[in-house]
Design a protein around this ligand. Sequence first.
Ligand code: AR6
Length: 231
Amino acid sequence: KVNALPASSSNEATNAMRKANEKTENSRLGSADIVHTLAFPSISTADFQFDLEQASDIIVEKAEEFLPKVGTARLVLVDLSHGSKILSLVKAKASQKNIDSARFFTFVGDITKLRSEGGLHCNVIANATNWRLKPGGGGVNAAIFKAAGPDLETATRVRANTLLPGKAVVVPLPSTCPLHNAEGITHVIHVLGPNMNPNRPDNLNNDYTKGCKTLREAYTSLFEGFLSVVQ
Ligand code: AR6
């Protein structure tokens, strides 16, 4: 049976290439090392209700801008479902721009189980968080804080208590953290995106001029944070 779902075929299409790439890189770097890989969710497009077309343009634009800066490292946009619209949009727009699909690609899976369940090795994950940098609240933030256990809250507090929209904070995970020892994740980068949901704090009242500016800043802060881990 041919799988017609674009996000699913995205996993399959890049699988062979990615595996070959990982093998080459790992043997070059030594078996203890993996290719630096950032897995990130689409910031602001679920609970924060940001428009998917505009968000996908910004994701592709920012990935294209940062890919040359991160050396051999990879950027992976992740979402939970094979029917994810944001993954389909980003995949289509990235291929139109001829971006290297071995170094920027989409992947379907739970961001807290990418290695154990998806076979994808990522050493850094991004979290679409809230301004308090607190567990819970649903979405990817609740999932990441839950999977990481209390270690993440403690490690986060060392770095910051609050976050402004458009900003990111890099948090190293101790080796005792379940996300570190089970999934190989050494850093979580919390990112606060623009909020378009009137039921959440700091809603932008549908101002997409401000919203797009803040979403661009959010991806810039995220990718710069990843760059600081890679270097
Ligand atoms: N793995 C991968 N992707 C996920 C996962 C997961 N486990 N869970 C959700 N996504 P959202 P936002 C995708 O709503 O719009 C929170 O409550 C999801 O399908 O988590 O930035 C915070 O506390 C979507 O594509 O983040 C904030 O208050 C993407 O992750 C607020 O929501 C982001 O969805 C942030 O809202």
